[in-house]
Design a protein around this ligand. Structure first.
Ligand SMILES: CC(C)(COP(=O)(O)OP(=O)(O)OC[C@H]1O[C@@H](n2cnc3c(N)ncnc32)[C@H](O)[C@@H]1OP(=O)(O)O)[C@@H](O)C(=O)NCCC(=O)NCCS
Length: 172
């Protein structure tokens, strides 16, 4: 079962097929996919497959991406959570939000809840952040989450900045 997390302003809940149209709108927003490899627009069918992949990832690994909802309005703001990088056997944090909601600390709030889940519930040793070198907003979020830059390297066939956060020591 996919857990639901609540933060001060957000609800991180399982995706459902009913989220397809809203996610389609969000992913096709201005600059949303600017720093991702591949096409800059997506079809509804691709979003449907994305949601299915997200649900299958939860089934296989016991963690994954949540639908991020604003608690007061119930509006879908985007996605956030943890996903496995098959090639390196790492767990990465991921967030994509609706441009209409950028700059209000929502990615940081959802990211903190995701990291807490990863360390406290999954007992992960570390979580990485993989980001395009020019994606400064995303890097700022990773820094606000307490992640450290490790190196410029290559993932998914592109040059990226790698960040990491280790499980906090409970004795400190
Ligand atoms: C990255 C993203 C999730 C951030 O969401 P958000 O809710 O706006 O993030 P927050 O409000 O928590 O924090 C954003 C921080 O970046 C800063 N920022 C925004 N644009 C910036 C820029 N061009 N240069 C430097 N910093 C920038 C903001 O000022 C803020 O930092 P601050 O709190 O110190 O002022 C959002 O921009 C997004 O969905 N982008 C498209 C998808 C994407 O690239 N995802 C990341 C893939 S690795």
């Amino acid at each position: 079962m996919i857990p639901t997390l609540e933060t001060e302003r957000l609800r991180l809940r399982p995706f459902t097929p009913e989220d397809t149209a809203s996610m389609h709108h969000i992913l096709n927003g201005p600059d949303v996919l600017k720093y991702f490899p591949g096409p800059q627009t997506v079809t509804e069918a691709q979003v449907e497959r994305m949601i299915n992949r997200i649900l299958a990832h939860w089934q296989e690994h016991g963690y994954g991406l949540w639908a991020v909802e604003q608690r007061t309005t119930g509006a879908l703001l985007g996605r956030c959570g943890l996903q496995r990088i098959t090639e390196t056997n790492e767990v990465e944090i991921d967030f994509i939000l609706d441009p209409g909601y950028w700059g209000q600390g929502f990615a940081t709030e959802a990211g903190l809840a995701s990291l807490k889940f990863g360390f406290a519930q999954l007992n992960l040793a570390e979580v990485v952040g993989i980001v395009h070198p020019e994606n400064l907003a995303s890097q700022r979020v990773l820094q606000k989450l307490g992640m450290q830059f490790t190196e410029t390297t290559e993932y998914f066939g592109m040059a990226v900045h790698r960040y990491v956060k280790f499980q906090p020591d409970p004795n400190q």
